[in-house]
Design a protein around this ligand. Structure first.
Ligand code: ARG
Length: 464
């Protein structure tokens, strides 16, 4: 059978392989709702501008609603020979309402149609991801408030550096998620121009009203250049770039959860609901969800790379290459969404082992910097010399297998005669974190203030 939509020019139907490589219905059926919404807006505009009759428009709208109901009810039969969602919907519309269906495609093309559908889909997805990132922020914020004064080792090079608070660590990820949301919002702002009406590539001779369709579809304005409208996929690239960064942030926390939950660290324990067992080793509690969050970033970054390569070197305007923009993007954005849900679940439910965290923070001479700072403050030593003295004290303690506060005053004075017993007041991990009150520092007081700032910020956001 030759094609219903362009059968006029064609004598025979496509080869089976041609159909297989050409069809996108297997994946673009996902934006059926956006496709129908776009068609309804287009149809109303055609009637309003007198391009089609009111009676035809009414029939088309009712027919599109019927198609929508069939798809939502799972009764719709998607046909590969009809290639994509646009032609599947239009063909079914023709079955339902007859001749009037043929007027819907006046003054448009699948090229502006697919660009519009995909923008609507990406916009909805951004809004969904934004809500999920906010949920993650709230989960982290709750843990931060709860653990504003819980001491853990802070690391650089994954070597014990200085004690920090677990709340402060959680808030670091709240900041990252905040920037991730900002990047997605930026992408949303730029994508929010409506390509509908660009038609195949050159615009149309019909007196269409692009302002009207743009407004009906909640875009800020119509796009200004028809060639650009049908060949732009930066809105997908930008969203995938923002998604890649967000997914990468998640991998860092996922990795930390993996490390923290090994018996060697034992900082956190994931609940049974977020771990798996081993079929052979009964003692195992594997952090599979965290590992999968760590791995799924690969899909997101892969989708960004893949679409960059699809778009690279493509001449204007539309080329069929651009049909390859969807599958990987869907997969990537699904993967990010699932990763966010899993991460939020883990953050909410993990148990914090305060004792193990504190013990680890006390090991590894984590207060050596506090000692050096004290030597500067109390004895007016230049910092470089204080660093040297502290190094000598650490070496002594290490040799004896004790911590800095285990050294006697006499032992310390052998290295630096000016030291007084006031020095012990800065050596404990509690003293150390309490003293980190510079703006953005880790002190419990700061963590409480920063958590409050975020609570207020999220509150302001809801009322905007
Ligand atoms: N299925 C196509 C896509 O996803 C729709 C646009 C087809 N346009 C065309 N000129 N063949 O890109």
């Amino acid at each position: 059978m030759s094609n219903k939509m362009w059968g006029g020019r064609f004598g025979e139907g496509p080869d089976r392989i041609m159909e297989e490589i050409n069809a996108s219905i297997g994946f673009d059926q996902r934006f059926f709702a956006q496709d129908i919404e776009g068609s309804k807006a287009h149809c109303r505009m055609l009637a309003e501008t007198g391009i089609i009759s009111r009676a035809d428009a009414d029939q088309i709208i009712a027919g599109l609603d019927a198609v929508l109901a069939e798809i939502e009810g799972g009764e719709f039969e998607f046909r590969r020979d009809l290639e994509d969602i646009h032609m599947n919907v239009e063909s079914r519309l023709a079955d339902l309402i007859g001749a009037a269906a043929g007027r819907l495609h006046t003054a448009r093309s699948r090229n502006d149609q697919v660009a519009t559908d995909f923008k609507l889909y990406i916009r909805d997805t951004i809004d969904h991801l934004d809500g999920q990132l906010r949920d993650l922020q709230e989960a982290l914020l709750t843990r931060a408030e709860e653990h504003a004064a819980t001491i853990m080792p802070g690391f650089t090079h994954l070597q014990t550096a200085q004690p920090v608070t677990f709340g402060h660590h959680c808030l670091a990820y709240v900041e990252m998620a905040g920037r991730d949301r900002g990047r997605l919002q930026d992408a949303r702002k730029r994508l929010n121009e409506c390509p509908l009406g660009a038609a195949a590539l050159a615009g149309t001779s019909f007196p269409i009203d692009r302002e009207q369709t743009a407004k009906a579809l909640r875009f800020d304005a119509p796009t200004r250049n028809s060639l650009d409208s049908v060949s732009d996929r930066d809105f997908v690239l930008e969203t995938l770039a923002a998604a890649s960064i967000a997914a990468t942030h998640l991998t860092r926390l996922a990795e930390e959860i993996v490390i923290w939950s090994t018996p060697g660290f034992d900082f956190v324990r994931l609940p049974d609901s977020f771990t798996t067992g081993s079929s052979i080793m009964p003692q195992k509690r594997n952090p599979d969800a965290a590992e999968l969050v760590r791995a799924k970033a690969g899909r997101v970054i892969g989708a960004l790379t893949s679409l960059l390569i699809v778009m690279k070197g493509l001449p204007l305007a539309y080329s069929k290459d651009m049909q390859e923009d969807k599958e990987a993007a869907f997969d990537a954005l699904d993967a990010l969404s699932l990763s966010l849900a899993a991460m939020t679940g883990m953050v909410r439910t993990l148990t914090v082992n305060e004792k193990a965290m504190r013990a680890a923070a006390s090991r590894g001479f984590s207060t050596a910097t506090d000692l050096a700072d004290w030597l500067v403050r109390a004895l007016n030593l230049p910092f470089r010399q204080a660093h040297h003295v502290t190094g000598a004290l650490v070496a002594r303690a290490e040799k004896k297998g004790i911590d800095l506060d285990g050294l006697s005053l006499d032992e310390m004075r052998e290295v630096e005669p000016g030291i007084t017993d006031e020095v012990y007041s800065v050596l404990g991990v509690d003293n150390s974190v309490a003293s980190r009150t510079s703006f953005g520092g880790t002190s419990p007081e700061n963590v409480r203030a920063a958590a409050k700032w975020w609570r207020d910020e999220l509150g302001r956001e809801s009322s905007r």
